[in-house]
Structure formats: C-alpha cells, structure tokens
Design a protein around this ligand. Structure first.
Ligand code: BGC
Length: 271
C-alpha cells in the first residue's frame, strides 16, 4: 500500500457501479489504492466482484461486493442502504455500469433500445439521485474533502461521436452528457462536484472483438492518434484525480481519455 500521506482519497467511501470487470474494476482498484473504502457493485457476476474485492483486500485495501441492477429503483435504494450500513455514508459515486446491445438501426428491437437506455442512462439517474440526497444531508466533511461529494459519470467518446450500428448506446451516452451537466448546474451550490469521463477504446470485455486479433487491433488503431488501445488503469488513474481535491475546481465537464479518438483522425490527411 502507498503510505498515508499520498493517499488522495483516504477515509472516503466510494461506490463504483458495475465494477466486477472492465473499466469499473480498474476504477475500484485505483480508488482503493488511494485509501477509499470501496463498494464493488455488480449485477450479473458475483464471482467477478468477489475477485476484485479479494484483490483489493490482498493489497491492504477495504472493499465490499454488493449486488444490484442499477436500472431498478428498489435495488438501487437497497444498494445505498447496505453501503451506509457498512461505511456510514458515501463520498464518491462512480456511475459506471453500462452495456452495449448492438444492432443495425432497422433491426433494433424496442427491447434492445430499452435495455441500454435503462442501464446506461436511467441507472445513472437513480444512483446520482441517491448519492446527491446523502451529500446534501451530510454536507462537507473538511477532513475528507473540500466537496460535499463527487459524482463521476462514465460516459464515452460516443457522447459526441455518432456511432452507426449502436444508436441505443450513443443515444444513452449523449443523454449522460446533459444529465451530468444539468445535475452539475443544479447541485453546485451544495458543493457537489459532478463530471464525466469519456473513455475511447479501452481493452475490456465490452469491445474485445475490436482489439483481440492483430487485424482488428490494426483497424482500431486507425482511429487512435496516440497509437495504443487504452487499459482500465488509464481510466482508474483519471477517476482518482477527478474524485480528489486536486481537481476541486473541475465541475460540469467531460474529460475524454481516448488517445485522441475525439480528434477525428480521419481528417488528418483528408477533408
Ligand atoms: C464502447 C467501445 C468502443 C469505444 C470506442 C466505447 O464507449 O463501449 O465498444 O470500442 O467506445 O469506439
């Protein structure tokens, strides 16, 4: 473990939704390393969540797995209650749970559309609302942070880049952008900081087809000026900074962590 003086989230309670794998697992581990007590939320994979919890505990951190489908209001309420039973409160919410259900637009079923909107957008609404209620009730605890609470929404480069074949996903992330900004505008007076991270292509199970084979990876790299596919630790490190007082004046913004994917590299030698 790092020594306490460098633990930027020391004593804070963090909930990372959807952290049994992928970016969420990377964020949960990074926050635990910085001294946060972490809730590893999962919906489908208790085994994955327990593995993340064990890894955190093995390196001296504090973590607990709690199951809940973030699109279900009763489950979200119970998730927060169980977190408060364990840690007393919440200081950091990382609204990370998300999925893809890809289909050509004309073949997309209402169920495909609804599922993605329910998890990726409604889930973020439900969790942010619960966290904000607790932040307002409790207020600032100066020993822990300058803010009364921090909300980090996991968005995507697809909050700005249109994505054929994935319109449900892109619409959900476009929605997350204005959800985040509107919450940020409304909650600033309570000293609640709200921001998004917009990852580009990160090596996780959600997009393994896009980077698993050398051919696929080569094609993907044409979209990434910086020349490498990201890793969950790239996002974990940024999430720690965004949750810490080092970013205390950063509010209502999306930080793209994408190796330059949002620079529209197709225009580098064209247009
Ligand atoms: C998607 C990935 C995709 C990346 C870049 C992410 O939001 O979940 O599947 O590789 O955006 O397009």
């Amino acid at each position: 473990m790092k020594n306490n003086a460098t633990q930027r989230l020391k004593g804070q309670a963090a909930l990372v939704t959807g952290s049994s794998s992928g970016i969420g697992a990377g964020v949960a581990k990074a926050m635990a390393r910085e001294g946060a007590k972490v809730v590893v939320n999962y919906s489908k994979s208790p085994e994955g969540a327990e593995k993340v919890v064990q890894e955190i505990r093995d390196s001296g951190g504090t973590a607990l797995a709690i199951g809940a489908d973030v699109s279900q209001e009763d489950q979200v309420l119970r998730l927060f209650e169980r977190m408060y039973e364990a840690y007393g409160t919440i200081d950091i919410l990382v609204n990370n749970a998300g999925l893809q259900k890809d289909a050509a637009f004309v073949d997309m079923t209402l169920a495909d559309w609804q599922l993605v909107l329910d998890i990726n957008l409604t889930g973020q609404f439900l969790c942010a609302r619960q966290a904000a209620r607790e932040f307002i009730r409790r207020g600032v605890v100066p020993e822990r942070s300058r803010a009364a609470g921090k909300i980090i929404c996991m968005s995507s480069v697809h909050e700005v880049i249109p994505w054929a074949g994935h319109v449900n996903y892109a619409a959900s992330k476009g929605g997350v952008m204005l959800l985040m900004k509107s919450i940020a505008q409304e909650l600033a007076r309570h000293k609640i900081r709200v921001n998004s991270i917009g990852p580009g292509a990160i090596k996780t199970p959600i997009n393994n087809e896009a980077w698993e084979t050398p051919e696929a990876e080569k094609k993907l790299l044409a979209l990434i000026p910086y020349g490498r596919v990201g890793e969950p630790t790239d996002i974990g490190d940024v999430a720690v900074w965004l949750a810490s007082d080092e970013s205390d004046y950063v509010h209502g913004t999306t930080l793209f962590v994408d190796g330059g994917m949002t620079l529209y590299p197709g225009f580098a030698e064209n247009g």
